[in-house]
Write a protein that binds this ligand. Structure first.
Ligand code: UGA
Length: 454
């Protein structure tokens, strides 16, 4: 059993802390936000994440998990301090390391015994070296402090499962001692551990995330070509997936990757390369394809309609993917302002993302149009002239093609997540556009119908 302090109670820090407690370590989660600490002490998770609250309550009740704003005490007593604070993107694409620096300084000024500082946050290659030097420069007491890299691979929505059943643990260390401490901390997880040097560990994180981003952008690029030449991206992906060298995952074409990681980490690696005089052409291409993809449905709808002005537009899904309330880099955020500028009256549905979205777009008139939030998909569809699907929530997938036909004034659907079978939509009489597939062929000129009914 190790005494572990975790700095930062976001997706990375809190989930790591809770899972360390779950396998038997004594964990203190540190955050500067007093209200957040009180909330967690009362058993409420500040983030929406499956299974997290249950494990927080259990481990808190059993005394293995604590929360505090008193970082000095937490760092003083810890055998290992994990840093899981954010490294947000800066305007030039580089990672903002100021939160890491703040924690590093607090550690340096408070540790009273030998301890291992473990950086879990995604940081550019070479940052761990700097963090170690920074801590040594500010160290007050005569103790040994080493820094290790331990990048995180959890995905939002499945964070707890991804941590307890990770495909691998990456540890990057520069001494036998640091390697052994991390090996022992992770022993109870019983997972494969890959031990490398610090810089390689830092690079593994970026190379893994950016490979997946590249894979998605590649499929989006192929999907766009499929549309032009009459192939079907889902059949193409299926055919590719059986080749184990390619793998079956992350082959879904759509409206581009979002979230707090892929967009940020592609730009950060491209920036790192540029700083070192190298042009990372593959990653730049992934970034470019993703930018184009995000408003692809809007562009298609603009070509199809005379105007958005005064139309009731159903927007299904606001978050960047299902299973999370996170809106960072979500396609909805790119499309909603375009629709509002053109006078659309948006009726938006999302099972968990509405509260966060309201902070950016309060309910009511906005731009030339308006936005209304609804609790049921059906309310958004009722009388709508157009429907845009941005997130493949279960509640959206549960809506059958017949419901679109029945409820919408003009059954015109743009699906960014390829939820439906084209034939099923066609049979139901829905004019349906998706990604990388042919559109449905519906009899009658719906374009005219839409224009005359406005
Ligand atoms: C991602 C990685 O999957 C994690 O391994 C990593 O730890 C995390 O970033 C991080 O660096 O912290 P996350 O951003 O939570 O996790 O979400 P993903 O499930 O990877 O999805 C990212 C985006 O790609 C979403 O917008 C999703 O809709 C999109 N996506 C995913 C596709 O468009 N197609 C696919 O086939 C898969």
């Amino acid at each position: 059993m190790f005494k572990i302090a975790v700095a930062g109670t976001g997706y990375v820090g809190l989930v790591a802390g809770v899972c360390f407690a779950e396998v038997g370590h004594a964990v203190t989660c540190v955050d500067i936000d007093e209200n957040k600490i009180k909330l967690m002490e009362s058993g409420v998770s500040p983030i929406y994440e499956q299974d997290l609250e249950g494990l927080m309550q259990k481990n808190y009740a059993e005394g293995r998990l604590n929360y505090t704003t008193d970082y000095a005490k937490a760092y003083r007593e810890a055998d290992a301090i994990f840093i899981g604070v954010g490294t947000p993107e800066q305007p030039d694409g580089s990672a903002n390391l100021s939160y890491i620096a703040t924690v590093a300084r607090q550690i340096a000024e408070n540790v009273e015994k030998d301890c291992l500082v473990v950086v879990k946050s995604t940081v550019p290659v070479g940052t761990n070296d700097k963090v170690e030097q920074f801590i040594k420069d500010f160290l007050i007491n005569d103790v040994k402090v080493e820094v290790a890299s331990n990048p995180e691979f959890l995905a939002q929505g499945t964070a707890v499962h991804d941590t307890l059943h990770a495909a691998r643990i990456i540890i990057g260390t520069e001494s036998k001692w640091a390697e052994e401490v991390l090996m022992k901390i992770y022993e109870p997880f019983n997972l494969p551990i890959v031990s490398v040097n610090r810089r390689s560990a830092e690079m593994i994180k970026y190379a893994s995330n950016d490979f997946l981003a590249l894979k998605i952008s590649y499929m989006n690029d192929i999907a766009n070509l499929c549309e032009l030449v009459g192939a079907d991206i889902q059949d193409v992906a299926k055919g590719m997936s059986f080749d184990t060298r390619i793998g079956a995952k992350f082959l879904n074409a759509g409206i581009g990757y979002g979230g707090s990681c892929f967009p940020k980490d592609t730009k950060a690696l491209e920036y790192l390369a540029r700083q070192n005089g190298y042009e990372l052409k593959t990653i730049q291409a992934a970034i470019d394809v993703n930018k184009y993809q995000k408003t692809k449905l809007f562009k298609k709808a603009s070509d199809r309609l005379i105007t958005f002005n005064g139309l009731k537009v159903a927007v299904l899904g606001l978050t960047f993917k299902p299973g999370t309330d996170d809106l960072r880099e979500a396609p909805s955020l790119e499309n909603v302002p375009l629709l509002l500028e053109r006078g659309a009256n948006i009726f938006a549905f999302d099972p968990v993302g509405v509260e966060n979205f309201k902070k950016v777009y309060p309910e009511g008139k906005s731009g030339q149009g308006s936005i209304t939030y609804v609790e049921k998909v059906e309310e958004a569809l009722e009388g709508a002239h157009l429907c845009l699907i941005f997130t493949e929530w279960g509640e959206v997938k549960a809506i059958t093609p017949e419901v679109y036909k029945k409820l919408m004034r003009v059954p015109l659907v743009y699906d960014g997540r390829n939820i439906y079978d084209v034939k099923d939509m066609e049979n139901a009489g829905v004019e349906y556009y998706s990604i990388g597939r042919k559109s449905s062929e519906v009899s009658g000129n719906l374009a005219e119908v839409a224009a005359t009914r406005v």
